[in-house]
Design a protein around this ligand. Structure first.
Ligand SMILES: [Zn+2]
Length: 371
């Protein structure tokens, strides 16, 4: 989800367009033009193309409204929303925290399909008022109406991580009071739904539906991946329940001076110690972190002339955790932001560093001992 175009902010939420969406936009424009052309060749090529493009844009807007509904409810319930990204298979709202209660989850999930359903019904009502005349505008609104209704229905399929799966999870959670168990059940349902999609897709493909069938199978495959991941994550969460950052972090994080140049840093520290994360100290104060990632951004020829100070990630830009932070929240933060390290700060002082590598070896030990 990295490579995307930034579209600005709505309600303070960043909107991003993943490049894969452009493929879908192209397919929509292409198939709509063909459809309009077949039914109403008298409209002319210019009108048909403009209409197809406008329809694709409005489809994009309705997807965005669906995601905004999720995000606005999340925000109103105090959950931070980082970004909405639209990609080939729809939209994703990156909500930075798990919902605190089953009720929050329920409403957060429901408003998305509800929004799509409302848009769909409103469009079809407009078409009825217009009296089914076959004008370009009516054709467009009618297509948008059906596609939004289809979106609402598809999203209500009870397989996690679809909205319907989230609703299922919230209901099981509400009934049992056990969020992890609810996640596992909803993820299992998600896997079952995904397999059905793949089955239908393959059957359709072989009975002559062509690309349409493959497309359904592909959506199923995508769902299978996502549901499997949620299932693993739920198990992982159980394994590290009650563990705090302080139990896992390294205390002896190597320190380096801010005015050390990259050439010496790589030769004397990075390659000799085999460590991946260094704390930059200036006048006894922690000012930032340096990892191989930052070093790689600088051309090799410039290494002797570049100081660590210039390339480090300054402390104020880093998300930090405390030794008391639950490991589950730290893990969530690392995976959402794709961080490999988190500085652990206690009373304004660096207490240690939590790294992905450590987390993995910790989990491995746990799993080995449980087996
Ligand atoms: Zn949704």
């Amino acid at each position: 989800m990295r490579s995307h175009i930034n579209l600005g902010r709505v309600f303070g939420i960043k909107i991003g367009l993943h490049y894969s969406w452009l493929i879908i936009a192209f397919l929509i424009v292409f198939s709509l033009s063909a459809q309009f052309h077949a039914r109403n060749p008298e409209w002319g090529d210019g009108v048909i193309l403009a209409l197809a493009v406008l329809t694709a844009i409005l489809f994009f807007v309705s997807l965005l409204l669906h995601e905004l509904a999720h995000s606005v409810v999340a925000k109103s319930r105090g959950l931070p929303v980082r970004e909405i990204t639209l990609f080939a298979l729809g939209g994703v709202s990156q909500i930075e925290q798990e919902p605190g209660s089953a009720k929050t989850e329920f409403w957060m999930a429901l408003v998305g399909p509800l929004t799509s359903a409302c848009i769909g019904v409103a469009c079809l009502a407009l078409v009825r008022v217009a009296g089914e005349a076959s004008s370009p505008a009516v054709a467009m609104v009618s297509w948008l109406g059906y596609i939004n209704l289809a979106l609402a229905i598809f999203n209500m399929v009870p397989g996690y991580p679809l909205d319907g799966g989230r609703i299922l999870r919230s209901l099981v959670w509400w009934k049992t009071g056990d969020m992890e168990r609810a996640t596992r059940i909803a993820a299992r349902a998600g896997q079952a739904v995904a397999l059905v999609f793949i089955g239908i897709g393959i059957l359709q493909f072989f009975s002559g539906a062509g690309i349409g069938g493959l497309w359904i199978a592909f959506i199923g495959w995508f769902l299978l991946q996502a549901a499997g991941e949620s299932h693993v994550r739920a198990g992982l969460k159980r394994a590290i329940e009650g563990v705090r950052v302080g139990d896992v972090m390294t205390l002896d994080c190597p320190t380096v001076g801010g005015n050390l140049d990259l050439q010496h840093f790589v030769e004397e520290e990075l390659l000799k110690t085999g460590r991946r994360c260094f704390v930059v100290l200036e006048n006894g104060e922690v000012t930032g972190l340096v990892t191989p990632h930052e070093v790689k951004q600088v051309e090799r020829a410039r290494w002797p002339f570049t100081n660590l100070r210039d390339i480090m990630r300054p402390l104020e830009e880093l998300r930090t955790v405390t030794p008391e932070t639950p490991l589950t929240s730290a893990l969530e933060m690392m995976s959402r932001r794709d961080f490999n390290q988190l500085p652990v700060v206690s009373n304004g002082h660096l207490a240690g560093v939590l790294s992905r590598a450590q987390l993995l070896s910790f989990l491995q030990t746990r799993v080995e001992l449980q087996a």
